[in-house]
Design a protein around this ligand. Structure first.
Ligand SMILES: Cc1cc2nc3c(=O)[nH]c(=O)nc-3n(C[C@H](O)[C@H](O)[C@H](O)COP(=O)(O)OP(=O)(O)OC[C@H]3O[C@@H](n4cnc5c(N)ncnc54)[C@H](O)[C@@H]3O)c2cc1C
Length: 363
């Protein structure tokens, strides 16, 4: 059997593009290196949908994805605050200007209303940007939803199948894993932190997609955080935190360059996270209950990469999903599916500028 598309990686990227391609009538196989889908970045996220996250060029993808996520029950409203001190005033102002024309709903908050949303806030934090639409995402539910859509449309998902070799003859790839062999017309690179390595396997130019480690800790506080506490981010990018089932999820917003690997948290990042939290609120930390790290993988311009490789025939990218791969997944996968199948745009994707995310922008 010759598949139309073989997809490497069954994280949110591979699962969502598999669903779109299979529902578009293509014969699809997904090769996942691990024992189960979702072991790497997808299973380690902080699980938020935040309109401004990733910068203005990402906002169209996030906004286009919102209705799908909301309508399918994957979002729970939370709201987000970007907070700053007096000296951060230019940053707060700059943020409002940067996102003013994007369609994101943001407004300026002064100390009074900010304090009401964030009890225990230390007095030097004087202003914020409020983003009411920010929501928690049910990441596991969304990932399963895509895997199930893909399977129902006939896609085959094969785990313990790390792609090791790819040879192209007469417009067909022969793809080898340990002990298995697949033939496919097109190979889609959804390998997350391993995307450049997969490009090298097929003889394509790597795009310098860099894995950066991000740490999250789960804290038990002396008094549990209010369940409706907003996602709180530093306007200078030094931390974020949000409540999760009576605990606090906190990140030092680290971006440590890494090899593609099974990322693990460093003690220093955990200590930094707690020290930064203590600069912000007077809450008492009782214990670090859990800590984890994952790799967020970025192209050099920090925008994702969707579409056919400009040089290697039958090779396509759906990678560089950075810190936004969950929240943008519906529109990203729909757009990439349309590009790969050469289909016309629909209501979800008609406003998107695919050239921003095209692999040939690096040529
Ligand atoms: C700590 C943290 C917090 C985050 N928070 C958020 C958030 O709040 N909101 C948001 O939208 N995003 C968030 N992200 C980003 C999001 O998790 C990623 O953008 C997204 O999961 C990337 O999905 P992916 O499928 O590209 O990568 P992955 O989930 O890493 O999947 C890639 C898969 O490819 C497989 N693979 C690799 N090489 C091969 C090969 N040769 N053969 C077969 N399979 C292979 C791997 O085993 C892996 O399963 C966060 C990320 C981290 C680490």
């Amino acid at each position: 059997m010759i598949y139309d598309f073989a997809i490497t990686g069954a994280g949110i990227a591979g699962a969502s593009i598999a669903a779109e391609l299979a529902e578009g009538g293509a014969r699809v196989v997904v090769l996942e290196a691990e024992d189960a889908p979702g072991y790497h970045a997808t299973g380690r996220s902080a699980a938020f949908w935040e309109e401004c996250y990733g910068g203005p060029e990402l906002v169209p993808l996030t906004l286009a994805s919102g209705p799908y996520l909301r309508d399918h029950g994957f979002l729970t409203q939370r709201g987000a605050l970007y907070i700053g001190r007096d000296a951060d005033e230019p940053k707060l102002h700059g943020f409002l200007n940067r996102f003013a024309e994007t369609g994101a709903t943001i407004e300026r908050l002064e100390r009074g209303p900010l304090e009401a949303k964030l009890p225990g806030l230390r007095e030097e934090w004087t202003g914020a940007i409020w983003e009411p639409a920010c929501a928690d995402i049910d990441v596991a539910g969304l990932h399963q939803h895509y895997l199930s859509r893909a399977r129902k449309a006939g896609a085959k998902i094969v785990c313990r199948a790390r792609l090791r070799q790819a040879k192209r003859r007469e417009a067909v790839w022969n793809l080898r894993t340990v002990g298995l062999s697949f033939d496919a017309a097109t190979l889609v690179n959804s390998a997350g932190a391993w995307a450049d390595g997969v490009a090298k396997l097929v003889g394509a130019e790597p795009l310098s997609i860099a894995p950066l480690r991000r740490t999250v800790v789960q804290l038990r506080l002396a008094a549990p955080p209010p369940p409706d506490l907003p996602l709180t981010l530093d306007i200078s990018g030094r931390f974020y935190f949000k409540p999760e089932a009576g605990r606090l999820w906190l990140s030092p917003h680290d971006e440590e360059p890494s090899q593609p690997c099974d990322a693990a948290p460093e003690e220093l990042a955990v200590a930094e996270a707690i020290a930064r939290l203590e600069e912000v609120v007077d809450w008492q930390v009782e214990a670090v209950e859990r800590k984890w790290a994952g790799l967020r993988s970025f192209a050099p311009d920090r925008l994702p990469v969707y579409g056919y490789d400009p040089q290697v025939e039958g090779f396509a990218w759906f990678a560089g999903q950075g810190g936004f791969g969950i929240q943008t997944s519906p529109a990203a996968a729909r757009l990439a599916g349309q590009l790969l199948l050469n289909n016309v745009r629909d209501a979800m994707t008609e406003g998107l500028d695919a050239s921003l995310y095209a692999p040939d922008r690096f040529s």
